[in-house]
Write a protein that binds this ligand. Structure first.
Ligand SMILES: Nc1ncnc2c1ncn2[C@@H]1O[C@H](COP(=O)(O)OP(=O)(O)O)[C@@H](O)[C@H]1O
Ligand SMILES: [Mg+2]
Length: 465
């Protein structure tokens, strides 16, 4: 259709050309006639005018043809240049005239394809970046020259490099612990993958890292550099240490009474049984140590039960006043033994809880108050209701606890003064059990203390529903 129109245009032009040529011939033949009649000047004028008209006409036609044919080419060139610059949104006009329409549409298809490819690549890059940033492990990539080509935020945070420019730096120039650098050296030199665990001191604590390094292999088995992934396992190591300490503590706590029982039994068997006073004294010690063993095993079993993730108490409406009174009865002999007065001010408060477990909590706190107080002192127990909670204070006038020790008080086997506390007959597990039991009740415990003045343990419990 369009090529037909062009051809028509050319044909019309041809016709016009022929017409003009004819006109010139006719005028040429008329010339002598005019010359005779003395109109030579007028003939030249007409000829000039006709010539000018022909020129103007062909100029206009020429301009139109050039416009139709060259504009689209210019436009396509411009579009192509934009594409070269990376502006894949550029499009050429798809003119309905001229033979360049196919060129324009092809360029547009090309541009659209490029735009799609770029968009896909950008999405993929974005995904990869998000993955690298949020993988939870520190990552660093080093190229063949030893230059850092990529680090993620975790890496910068892990080694406190956040405010340093690390990319494009030689890896030995960045400020990382020597053990980590040594590991990177190893992977870089050997070009093989490796795994290791390292630890180094950081500020006041020791940091443990699990390191994995591997060579980056590109096309045609070409070695492009290395990648190192570091995972912070300090928390795991701490847990492992707690477990090891626990086993060591349990063994130690069990060993002491067993050694003592064994020693005294052997002495008795060796002949000491013949002497009645020694016999009685030794049997008393054996009994005391056996009780301690029994208590320790009971506490350990209790603790392992309440520490289980799925441990639940049978919570039902419970009169907290009765709980405290029951605990008081249980510790009465100890109070009398040390002549310690117990003052109470108990409101009637019904909590949501397991009576036996709550008696256990209260006895533990009372026994501690008695144990760590001098004779002839006073212990105060208050029970009240504050907003939606039951609050119990157990206040003694005992030896008190150093502020720095308070955070560790609820750890298993933790004792402020090891020797003294052990002689006091406790297991070091009481407060751990208290804490877990209260947590199982959706309650909590707080401590306030002053050395030489006294200690107040406060427990909070939810009210009955
Ligand atoms: N009322 C208190 N006054 C002073 N120190 C206390 C008191 N209660 C607990 N402690 C300290 O907390 C440590 C841990 O208590 P606990 O877990 O009950 O173990 P223990 O078996 O030694 O009593 C005790 O060894 C003691 O040092
Ligand atoms: Mg105790």
């Amino acid at each position: 259709m369009k090529s037909f129109r062009n051809r028509l245009l050319v044909t019309i032009l041809g016709w016009l050309g022929m017409l003009l040529a004819g006109l010139f011939t006719v005028i040429g033949q008329l010339f002598p006639m005019y010359a005779e009649s003395g109109g030579q000047t007028r003939v030249w004028l007409i000829l000039g005018l006709l010539f000018a008209a022909a020129m103007l006409f062909s100029a206009i036609i020429g301009h139109r043809i050039i416009k139709i044919h060259s504009l689209p080419i210019e436009n396509v060139t411009e579009t192509a240049l934009e594409l070269v610059k990376g502006n894949y949104r550029a499009r050429a006009y798809e003119y309905s005239t001229g033979g360049t329409v196919q060129l324009s549409s092809t360029i547009n298809v090309l541009a659209r394809n490029l735009q799609e490819i770029t968009a896909t690549r950008e999405t993929e890059q974005e995904r990869l970046k998000t993955l690298i940033e949020n993988m939870g492990s520190a990552l660093i990539m080093i190229d063949r020259q030893g230059t850092v080509s990529l680090v993620n935020k975790t890496f910068l945070d892990e080694f406190s490099l956040s405010d340093q420019v690390t990319e494009n730096k030689f890896y030995k120039e960045i400020d990382i612990p020597p053990v980590v650098e040594k590991f990177i050296d190893h992977v870089f030199m050997t070009e093989t993958s490796a795994r290791d665990q390292v630890s180094f001191d950081e500020r006041l604590s020791t940091k443990h890292l699990d390191l994995y390094g591997a060579p980056v292999i590109g096309k045609h088995e070409r070695w492009l550099g290395i990648v190192i992934v570091a995972h912070d396992i300090s928390a795991l190591k701490r847990l492992e240490q707690v477990r090891k300490d626990f086993v060591a503590n349990v063994s130690h706590e069990l060993k002491t009474p067993v050694t003592s029982i064994k020693g005294f039994t052997e002495t008795l068997l060796d002949g000491a049984y013949k002497d009645t006073p020694s016999l009685l004294a030794f049997l008393e010690i054996i009994q005391k140590e056996s009780n301690r063993l029994e208590m320790l095993i009971k506490d350990l079993l209790d603790l392992s039960r309440v520490e289980k993730a799925d441990f639940q108490v049978e919570a039902k409406p419970t009169d907290m006043k009765k709980v405290i009174e029951r605990a008081e009865e249980l510790v009465r002999p100890r109070l009398e033994e040390k002549s310690i007065r117990l003052e109470t001010e108990l409101a009637s408060v019904i909590v949501q809880g397991d009576a036996n477990r709550l008696i256990q909590v209260m006895t533990n706190l009372l026994v501690n108050a008695i144990t760590y107080s001098a004779s002839e002192t006073t212990i105060r127990v208050d029970l009240s209701q504050q907003q939606s909670e039951a609050v119990v204070h157990v206040k003694d006038q005992g030896i008190g606890i150093e502020a720095s020790e308070i955070d560790r008080l609820f750890e298993r086997f933790y004792r402020v003064d090891r020797a003294r506390s052990r002689n006091s007959g406790g297991t070091g597990l009481g407060l751990s059990i208290v804490k877990h039991l209260l947590e199982a009740h959706q309650g909590r415990v707080e401590v306030e203390s002053a050395v030489g003045v006294g200690t107040t343990f406060t427990i909070y419990l939810p009210l009955a529903k």
